[in-house]
Design a binder for this molecule. Sequence first.
Ligand code: PEP
Ligand code: MG
Length: 578
Amino acid sequence: MLLKGIPASPGVAIGKVFILDSEAYTIIRREISERDLPREIARFEDALIQTRQEILGIQERISEQLGIKHAEIFNAHLLVLEDRTLIEDVIARLKKELVCVEYVFDDVLKNYMSAFQKVEDEYLRERVADIRDIGKRILLHLLGKKRETLADIGEKVIVIAYDLSPSDTASLHKKNVIAFATDIGGKTSHTAIMAKALEIPAVVGLKSVTKSVKSGATIIVDGSNGLVITDPDQETLAKYEQAKTKIAEFDASLTHLRDLPCVTRDGHQVHLSANIEIPDEMPSVKSHGANGIGLYRTEFFYLDRVDFPTEEEQYEAYKNVAEKTAPDYVVIRTFDLGGDKFMSQLKIPKEMNPFMGWRAIRFCLARPDIFKVQLRAILRASAHGKLKIMYPMISGVEELREANKLLGEMKDELRRENVPFDQNVETGAMIEVPSAAMTADILAREVDFFSIGTNDLIQYSLAVDRVNEKIAYLYEPAHPAVLRLIKSVIDIGHKTNIWVGMCGEMAGDPVFTLLLLGFGLDEFSTSPVNIPVIKQIIRSVDYKTAQQIANEALTLSTGTEIEEFAARKLRELVPDLQ
Ligand code: PEP
Ligand code: MG
């Protein structure tokens, strides 16, 4: 069976299905006598100890693979294990009711979760998931069953889930999880972005993949084309084995591009830089041949944690990335919290329209205590390399002025303290809200560069939620409205002498490279895995030809026509592309 979803991260994987959270168990109410009490209590204590060891083991593995930050996600689980109220409640009821401990524990746990679900405090409510998870682990120990988890899967599997959060994705065991596929999600969701960062093929938005596959069955995930094939026959398996080999050969053939400049055949140079979420991606940035970093999504500091990152901690991270990237630049984007990213940790109530809500620069300007710490950390790190500062989700010039004013205050503070920083650090605005695109001439007076965030710009200008798979067909980067906005921002940038980059996913999609190049985009910034192919395209064409193609595209009426036209031109001009 062939299931069609949304391509989230390229590559092909063939392997066995692991359905996340499908483990079923039954709890039977078994009466005990007073004599059995010590044994039941001992079983409970054993289960707690074993669960604790299990969690510590997982933490250790995650820490080795992805760093200590990612391992800290399990601290909340450990706290539940030490919760005296929960433990004492179980023991008291055990003595009173004289039924087996798994039954009592399950009941206490359910009461506990429902109490948490009712509290006002959003942060506490969010902890229900941790309690459920740890509770399940304890129960499985009590029942003598072993729970398979992503972290301790011993063989290579393909994870199938209804949904994975960005932090679930970050904790996937890269060695053993060779691909994943989910029922919901969109191409530019941060889960998809994380999959690319980990270089794991992924398909999202498959609607009912969890119902169409069985644990242990062999499936194929084609992340490049957004396909999942269940029960493949020998012929299909052979075809995809071949495809895998071809992709590997193609990737290997692109490595020679790593040290070559990103320049068209007729000498037009563009900047090709990488997007990163966590500093651990630095080796991948280098190995794929990026010229620096065009987007560092710093809000990933909030992944898997409940406290605020300190100035020192941020300074160390920014300094590290700056030093490793020098003499190339790093564009540090200030916290873009909200939307589908990490607001729950900040105890902020859920909103009806989180993508249009209290997020990004709106949040930072309302919380100068958090924002100023980040600005100081970036400024201090700017003494160690070439950093640029970029503000997300600017919708009008007041926000930009306000952000720059706070930045000025932080500079004054550092001067007074005699702390060195780059006095000429550039600032830029993300152009990802239509009002910003339409007032780019006004914004240009306040900044040194623009970076077009198409992930959001498309969702706002077309009114299409970027993470909703049901309307994914409407999410069209090549919609004439989107292309006109992009072209106009680039033209205004050039008229006002500032450079214009793009850090949305569109910049890494080969189908659109000719159009963006032809519009005169100065910088393409994308996930490291996309870098070689974009460089190959740019190096294979003339700038003049790309300009003609881009102009012709603007005369077409629909996104589909434009995309088909761009794909045809790409095949003609770069026939050896995969
Ligand atoms: C964008 O919106 O295009 C962008 C790069 O930012 P993010 O995906 O983090 O919202
Ligand atoms: Mg954005």
